[in-house]
Design a protein around this ligand. Structure first.
Ligand SMILES: *Cc1c(COP(=O)(O)O)cnc(C)c1O
Length: 369
């Protein structure tokens, strides 16, 4: 019998949403009839539920994850000519918000094991002085070395922003992603571990002063209606339909993360090929937003997997300091581990609805390379 199997996608939102389709449609219909469309009861309910989930006092929803990150920096009073430490392997998300504040990114290399900010490199940069804040990115769903980084920031009196856009629900013995620093940003873009059916984002913090500032900044910098009391404000609000979608999905997040983690664990145990290094992240500190392998023969492996019905992607191919938009401004920056990762990482299919037999097909294709 000859049968063409359907290609296995890196991610499938249609399969992810299918079991919730009717409930989501009913919730959307309810909002349509409610007369409240922006910053209404669903937004308040979601903010409260998500703050509780994260173990934080305050959640302020915004329009997307990029705004969440930039408004977090602005809440910490990052402005023109301040220096902000940031990694360069996370698709420009952090760097672009530093630049949007008029501040200067100070790139910190990542450690090889976690692909997240190397605390030793950060320590050296903090010791050199002049850094106002740090953005730590919990990349691929893996908590960074966050306790060490939080301790360093505290010692040096530097603000700490956690970018949790890939790490909803990741946790260790001391807390959840978003509870370690001064303030944290989340994205609810549809492909994230918790994703709306459109754009969305949130800022989470235990500090009431920062929460108040973000609440003003997301709505024109108003201290009260039509009084623009603080600078740097904009319109960045979550709408009622997206909040109602997120409210329905939040109770499923931990199970979805567990399913993702199971996929990752099967890959780590099953892929046996001297040309491929697997990612062995495991346990609650990893929510498998993306499953990454490394190979010196990336183009050939991508081609081989594609011919065997396995889609792949690269997260991410160009380091921040090498992005063409800078026009050579960071030409002197060298980040050996970041640059090596950009050349060797490859993303395999990983999403909660991926079946065991699909995972086996991916493993088999990798092992035959
Ligand atoms: C997706 C993402 C963002 C940006 O979120 P948007 O909602 O797309 O603006 C920021 N940081 C990281 C690490 C992300 O993965």
């Amino acid at each position: 019998m000859s049968m063409t199997l359907e290609a296995i996608p890196v991610n499938s939102l249609s399969r992810h949403i299918e079991p919730l389709k009717d409930a989501l449609a009913a919730a959307a219909t309810e909002v349509v009839g409610s007369g409240y469309y922006v910053l209404g009861p669903n937004v308040r309910a979601f903010e409260s539920a998500f703050a509780t989930y994260c173990g934080a006092e305050h959640c302020i929803s915004v329009a997307n994850g990029t705004d969440a990150l930039e408004l977090s920096l602005r809440a910490l009073d990052v402005s023109r000519e301040d220096r902000v430490a940031v990694v360069a392997n996370a698709a420009m998300y952090g760097t672009s918000t530093v630049l949007a504040c008029g501040a200067e990114p100070v790139f910190i290399d990542v450690d090889a094991a976690t692909a997240t900010m190397d605390p030793l490199k950060l320590e050296a940069a903090l010791a050199a002085g002049g850094i106002k804040a740090v953005i730590v990115t919990h990349l691929y769903g893996q908590l960074a070395n966050i306790n060490a980084i939080a301790a360093l920031c505290k010692t040096h009196g530097v603000g700490l922003v956690e970018d949790c856009a890939q790490a909803h629900g990741a946790r260790n013995d001391t807390g959840l992603a978003g509870s370690f620093g001064d303030i944290a940003s989340f994205s609810f873009y549809p492909t994230k571990n918790l994703g709306a059916l459109g754009d969305g984002g949130a800022v989470v913090t235990r500090r009431a002063d920062l929460a108040d500032r973000v609440r003003m900044l997301r709505q024109y910098g108003w201290t009260q209606k039509y009084t623009n009391g603080i600078a740097g404000g904009r319109n960045s609000r979550l709408d009622e339909i997206q909040a109602s979608m997120l409210l329905l999905m939040l109770p499923h997040l931990d199970q979805w993360n567990q399913n993702r983690r199971s996929v990752a664990e099967r890959y780590a145990a099953g892929i046996r090929n001297p040309k491929i290094r697997t990612n062995t992240s495991a346990g609650q500190s990893y929510v498998a937003h993306l499953y990454i392998i490394r190979t010196e023969e990336r183009a050939a492996l991508q081609q081989h997997l594609s011919e065997n019905g396995v889609q792949t992607d690269v997260h991410y191919p160009i380091a921040d300091h090498h992005q063409p938009c800078h026009e050579g401004r960071f030409a002197d920056v060298a980040l050996p581990q970041t640059e090596l990762d950009c050349a060797t990482v490859l993303t395999l299919p990983c999403f909660p609805e991926l079946t065991d037999s699909e995972v086996d097909r991916v493993i088999d294709a990798c092992n035959r390379f």
